[in-house]
Ligand binder design. Sequence first.
Ligand code: ADP
Ligand code: MG
Length: 390
Amino acid sequence: MPDSTLTAVKSDFELAFGRVASGVWSAPGRVNLIGEHTDYNEGFVFPFAINRRTYAAIAERDDHLIRVSSSFSSDVHQTDVFSIQRDDSNGWAAYPFGAAWAIQEMAKSKGINISPRGFDCFIESDVPVGAGLSSSAALECAVALALNELWAVGLSPRELALVGQLGENQIVGAPTGIMDQSASLLGETDKGVFLDCQSLDAQIVDLGFARDGLELLIIDTKVAHRLVDGGYATRRAACELGAQIMGVGSLRGLSVADLPKAKELMDDLTYRRVRHVVSENDRVVETVKVLRESGPRAIGKLLYASHESMRDDFEISVDELDTAVETALRHGAIGARMTGGGFGGAAIALTPIDKISEVSLSVTAEFEALGYTKPDIFVVSAAPGARKES
Ligand code: ADP
Ligand code: MG
C-alpha cells in the first residue's frame, strides 16, 4: 500500500477521535473469476483477492464503547460491545459492528475466553462500493482481523471468514455465502482461492496471468445491484426447491449426469436455475484443471460459457453486462463474463496486455453509443489477503 494511504488513515483517525491509532489492519476486495451463485448451494467458487483494499485504523478504549467512522460518510456510529444487535439505523456501521459481534460468538462457540474492550475505528478504502468487488467483505475482514489480534482471540483466517459471514448474515441482514470473506482473508499475489463451499477446503492456485501477458479488466457498469432485492432471494428459493425435488440436501449433491432426470421432474424455470448451478460447478472445477494443465490462455471459453449460463438459465444479467462482455470479446479479450451477484455490477475480461486499451476504449464507445452510463474500467491483479499494515 502506498505510504500516503497509511498516513491518511492514521491522520483521519486522529482528526475523528482526537488520539493516536494503535494499529492499522487492511483487507482486500475480491473478484470472482468463476463460480457464480454456487456458494450458497455448497458448490465451488474460484475468486481472488484484488489490489484494492479497505484499511481500518483502530485504538482500544478503557470502556465498552465502540465508535466507528469512515471517509465514506461523516457520521460517527456507536454501540456497546456487549449489546450489538441488528438495527437498520446502524447503516454501514452494521458491518464493523457485525464483525465485533460475530467474533465474540465464534469465541464462545469454541470455548475461548476473551474480555473484549471497546474501540475507536476509522475506515478508509479504495474498493469500489456495490460494483461486485465485495467492499463489504473487505470492511468486515479488516475489522475482524484487527479484533482477533486486539482481543487475543487467536482464530485462524478460515475461522475469521466464518466470522465475517456470520456478522453479515445476522447483524447486517445480508444472506451472503462464505466466498467473499475467504478470498479477502486467504488471497495471495498472483493466486486464486479455489474454495469448496461444502467442506470449506481452500486450495491456493497459481493464476499465471502476468507470466502469460494477461490482465484482468473490471468493467463496472455502474448499474446498481442490490442483494436485498427480490432477484437474489427468488434465485435462492429456486435452488432450494430444485434440491428438494431431487431429494438432495443442496444442489452440490447433483452432477451434470443428473440433469436429464431433473428436467423430467421440475418446471422449466426451476430446471434452468438448477442447470446453471450444476453446470457452473463443473466449469469451476474445469477452470482450475485447465489452468494447471494449460495455463490461463486456455480458460477463456469457460468464462464465456459461465456468462451464457447466467444470462440464459439463471437470468441475472442485464443489457449493460451483456454489452460489456460481447464488446470485450470482439476486441481481443480471450474470455469475459459478468461477475458477482448479478442485476448490475461488473463484468470481467481476461485480456492480453496489448489489447487492454482497445478493449477499454471500445467498451466505453459502445456504452456511449447505446446511451448507457459511462462505465468505470480498470485492471486488477491478485493481491495478498488481509494483514496488519502497521
Ligand atoms: P459490495 O458488492 O461492494 O460488497 P454490498 O452492498 O455488499 O456491496 O456492501 C456495500 C456496503 O458496505 C456499503 O453500502 C456500505 O454500507 C459498506 N461499505 C463498504 N465500504 C465501506 C467504507 N469504506 N466505509 C463505510 N462503509 C462501507
Ligand atoms: Mg458485499
